[in-house]
Write a protein that binds this ligand. Sequence first.
Ligand SMILES: C[S@@+](CC[C@H](N)C(=O)[O-])C[C@H]1O[C@@H](n2cnc3c(N)ncnc32)[C@H](O)[C@@H]1O
Length: 505
Amino acid sequence: MGRKNKNKKVQQSNGASGSTEGGKQLSKQVKKEVMDLIKTLLEKCSTPATGGSKDFDDYLNIRDTVEKIRDLQKDICLVPEKRGDKISAFIEWLKSKNVDTSCVDVGEFDGYGYGLQACKDLKENESFLAIPREVMMTAQSARNTCLGPIISEDKILQVMPSVVLALHLLCEKRTTDSYWKPYLDILPQTYNTPLYFTPDDVKYLKGSPAQGDCISQYRNIVRQYAYFYKLFQNDNSVQNLPLKEFFSFDDYRWAVSTVMTRQNQIPTEDGSKMTFALIPLWDMCNHCNGLITTDYNLDKDCSECFALRNFTKGDQIFIFYGARSNAELLVNNGFVYTENEHDRMAVKLGIGKSDPLFNMKSEVLQRCGLQVARNFYLHTGDLPVDSDLLIFLRIFHMDEDTLKSRFSEANAVQIKEELGDLDKVVSVELETNMWTYLETRSTLLLKSYETSVEEDDELLQKKKLSDCERLCVQLRYCEKNILKSTASYASQRKQKLQQSQNQTT
Ligand SMILES: C[S@@+](CC[C@H](N)C(=O)[O-])C[C@H]1O[C@@H](n2cnc3c(N)ncnc32)[C@H](O)[C@@H]1O
């Protein structure tokens, strides 16, 4: 397959090939400055996030150091190249590996970047793409490169295949005659993941649980970067690594974002476990609602993709990435999908230790597999409350008599049957309290944002926003709509209860 590349030419920062041509390296003095800043970063990132407002200040503080490093490294970063010019070479490369590309073209689509376009009418379930393992970059293929010895030694790399893929990408990007060069050349130059957000972008998420997730992601990747920077400078086993002199923060965040937004899980060759892979061409598909239609065919050793609906020649071909909320899409994939049927919003709920019935309630919750405090979800659409949340809310509002008489002996199945069904009323009083609580809680959460849905709508319609700002406003707009419809749903349930009670009295 020709993928072993231990003695390949190294591509330097200015794109010149060969270890002696072009490409600046940092002077000893600058390297020392970077290393001092790296040590500062490791210290700053060593304390755990608190989940409070201090996290934003810590984020600014960490970012300040990262920006100093970026400034010192500006001459050693990879130089972005125009991907559009490289598409035909990429398709030729795939054809040379016997990939049938006759059903699809790569095209540019407003609001999506690049995507796949149907070259002919495709029927729902029709196979339109089969990508062999031979062209994929995987955590396994990384082991056949100069990264192999480091992966065998490093405990983090052994348990984090996504990080292996990111480093694999960077090493190949720095290798002029990489086997995957035609693929590397058509990858995006930049992303809208939180690693690219400015503090002002992050501020747009005030009130949203996603703000903390964005900050955590930034912090984790910075810590990872600092860890590997230090390792690459100090470890003798990395002498052959093309990254040793050229491992910039900008390049690492690019590689991590490439992996985050494009990776997929596939089985290893013997089918015994799963591994992570970048699947050329398949990873040009953008996301829409639907069902997962990509499968791995172990007999043919390729990833097969089937049309999730009928597509007419010229249509953009979408696939479904999985049931992810918009917050998850923003944090992990760098986009928000406003028509998302699976959108949901995380709300942290828990039984307080000061509740006199804490022990009884937590015992019943645990018996049916629910933690005493955790994230529950409010969903988009007509039914914002799922059975887990319903069970939690009912137990949360239960009195001692009901807990003792009806649930002290109940097993998980019985509890779920009794409490997970919307239409089974435990008692009118409990249900009224529960819906009142949910209405109040949703209304309060709405107030934690600095703007209203209407103001966000106006911002999205009228104001010129950067791509990242727009995504943050779109996300909080979607979340507020979920909260608004939850509050109104809870109020309607309460009214219905009152009406049915009036009718019976
Ligand atoms: C697997 S790649 C798909 C190809 C990508 N558009 C490109 O130009 O290379 C995933 C990325 O495509 C974009 N994307 C996918 N689905 C989208 C959607 N429904 N709306 C907007 N952007 C989308 C996001 O930037 C996401 O990170």
